[in-house]
Write a protein that binds this ligand. Structure first.
Ligand code: SF4
Ligand code: SF4
Length: 325
């Protein structure tokens, strides 16, 4: 088993990824290609390079440092310094990720995405906020990317988190062998399980994979009685219809035991910058963020089936509780 995996971020004080204040650990690497992905930096399993245009002063140091001629201005760097328009371009298919340009940039405009971390280092960092967990019922949420894509590392991380008496959530897309998911859930308090679409063809069209295995795993998970929050990212034009939510509510209501709540997560576009930093086109760039009020009717479809349902997935019952926490 690998001693470390690539982490894109350890995000503190999250309030939407399980109960209370949580520290989210984002692993890098995911088998799905969801078009609305809000963390595109977690999709690839290898390190990547961010270029943050707004921090770049066009000094040209990275161009001179690059041994592969993978950063190209259309004009020489000396002239480019006078330019106010963007000239800097990373030619990604020439780049071998040596990261020499990152060391050369004095302005923080270039950044490595994905740092290797051991289980011990991750948990030491997570434990820094233990007082906040104790007061709010929070803890660690293992997310991604997809934790099951690093099955053995994730299993040991979760196991050791429980050994440190942390409250643990696993955030998964459910796209893995059942035996893998089963080995992970043994060490968690709550599973946060993503459900994107009921229809296999629609699912494949927008995520790159069919959903049969995901729905089968959700059913098996529910049968175990493991507390599970089903999280549905609601994307305009994909799964925002009454027909979809009626079918999803029926599916979940018929599952056994474990499903304790449904979170409807309205589409937002806060991640646009990240696509630009990675040099990627975001196909949903022009789709407007969804007003949560439009999810009141779908939420009632789940509530009418007896399913506790939130809009936004807050881990606090009220904002007062969050402030007290
Ligand atoms: S990571 Fe290396 S090869 Fe890639 S652009 Fe930077 S210096 Fe060039
Ligand atoms: S070294 Fe940094 S600031 Fe200078 S051109 Fe490259 S990215 Fe921009």
């Amino acid at each position: 088993m690998a001693d470390s995996v690539l982490i894109t971020d350890i995000q503190r004080f999250s309030v939407n990824d399980g109960p209370g204040f949580r520290t989210n650990v984002y692993l890098k690497g995911c088998p799905l290609r969801c078009q609305w992905c809000h963390n595109p930096e977690t999709i690839s399993a290898v390190p990547e390079l961010y270029w943050k245009k707004r921090l770049c002063v066009q000094c040209g140091a990275c161009l001179e440092a690059c041994p592969r001629d993978a950063i190209r201005p259309p004009i020489p760097p000396e002239e480019a310094r006078q330019e106010t328009s963007t000239y800097h371009k990373i030619v990604r298919d020439r780049c071998d990720l040596c990261m020499k340009c990152v060391d050369a940039c004095l302005y923080g405009a270039l950044e490595v995405v994905g740092r290797p971390m051991s289980i011990e280092k991750i948990l030491d960092e997570v434990e820094e906020d233990r007082p906040f967990y104790d007061n709010s019922g929070g803890g660690m949420t293992l997310s991604g990317g997809e934790p099951s894509a690093h099955a053995e590392f994730s299993r040991r991380l979760l196991e050791q988190a429980k050994a440190r008496a942390l409250h643990v959530c696993l955030d998964t897309n459910g796209y893995c062998e059942w035996e893998v998911l089963k080995s992970l859930i043994e060490h968690v308090d709550i599973v946060l399980f993503d459900l994107k679409h009921i229809d296999p063809a629609r699912h494949k069209e927008r995520t790159g994979v069919s959903n049969e295995r995901i729905i089968e795993n959700l059913g098996l998970l529910a049968e175990t009685g493991q507390p599970t929050w089903v999280r549905i990212p609601v994307v305009p034009g994909f799964n925002d219809s009454v027909e979809f939510h009626t079918a999803a509510a029926n599916l979940l209501a018929n599952m056994e035991r474990g499903i304790v709540r449904v979170d409807l997560l309205p589409f937002h576009n806060w991640c646009q910058d990240k696509y630009g930093w990675l040099g990627l086109e975001w196909t949903l760039r022009d789709v407007e963020a969804m007003d949560p009020v439009f999810l009141e009717i779908p939420a009632d479809l789940y509530r009418n089936k007896g399913l506790e349902t939130t809009i936004g997935g807050s881990g606090f019952e009220s904002s007062e509780q969050a402030l007290d926490g």
